[in-house]
Design a protein around this ligand. Sequence first.
Ligand code: MTE
Ligand code: MO
Length: 348
Amino acid sequence: MEQALATIVKPLPAHLFTVHDGSAEMRWEAMAGQGYHTPIDRFFVRNHTYTPRIDSPTWRLRLHGAGLRCPGEYDYGQLRAMPSRTIDAAIECAGNGRRLYATQQHNPAPGAQWGLGAIGVARWRGVPLSYLLRHAGLRPDAVDLLPSGLDAPFEDYGHVRRPLPVDKAMADVLVAYEMNGRPLPPDHGFPVRLVVPGWVGIASIKWLGDIEVATRELTSPWNTVFYRDVTIQPVKSAFELAWNARLVAGRPHILHGRSWSGRGRIVRVEVSVDGGLSWRLAAHHGPHLVSAWLPWHIGWTPRRPGPYELMARATDETGETQPLTTPHHAFGYHFDAVVRHPVSVVHG
Ligand SMILES: Nc1nc2c(c(=O)[nH]1)N[C@H]1C(S)=C(S)[C@@H](COP(=O)(O)O)O[C@H]1N2
Ligand SMILES: [Mo]
């Protein structure tokens, strides 16, 4: 539990999480048998420094900059009294799957060696950012926002902050204060975070303290040094199984998984149990939401014991399909290739 003391507040039991430096990845087997949403006790945490403890009665959200006619401050009660919206949306780190550049493409990328567990889907409730911006008198010549976090500055780069174009801000971004029906937990941004559907996780600034609204394009180290040229999350899939899971030969199994894309709904998922020689369509179940994931399943009765590689390949509504290999990325972002998930089939 020492690492939890250092950076993350919630418990990080080894059957739910793998810890990387100050961050914690969900184990995919922890989604087996769960409902549509990722429970908070297993939702991944990505912190640049550590989870701050913020006191909601004294907290304020400051809106300022040349793009607003009525800059000002909002307290927690004011935000909670405004019209709210609820959305089911994924938050996924741009570096999710980074380890696979090394293990599957023999070309490691530096950074936290996430497997596929740096994603979660939650039910978020809060104030539409569009409502708040109109309330603060958004000017027609506003171009970019700069939402900034209240966590400790990261190295010499200052507070975690990343420009957000006004068009996206007005489209579907939420200033969220609830996650899965409860106040945001400290690790996920209490009292308030942004939820930016479909975009790289860094856009969803936690522990929101202020938003500058500018009439020119803005930059920060989080779009010039880190997470440069990554915006919308590509299509990916995962099995709800442990890495190297053991399955008994000669018995019917139902393989469960989920697929998602920042570009839109998933329309097709194919599964191969023979290293990609043949593919079968998986069956869909559960909601089919634009900013979240599609749960699916497929039957499999492995006949012979031995090592196998399970593969799942999804296609989204824009026609984008997961490739078998993906171009290398120096920072290890956007690993979207079909993942070869090893399992061992054992005698019953
Ligand atoms: N203020 C602040 N916001 C932040 C971060 C951070 O370290 N500080 N990490 C970002 C990154 S890189 C990701 S992937 C998501 C992770 O959200 P989660 O920890 O709630 O899963 O939060 C983003 N928002
Ligand atoms: Mo991230």
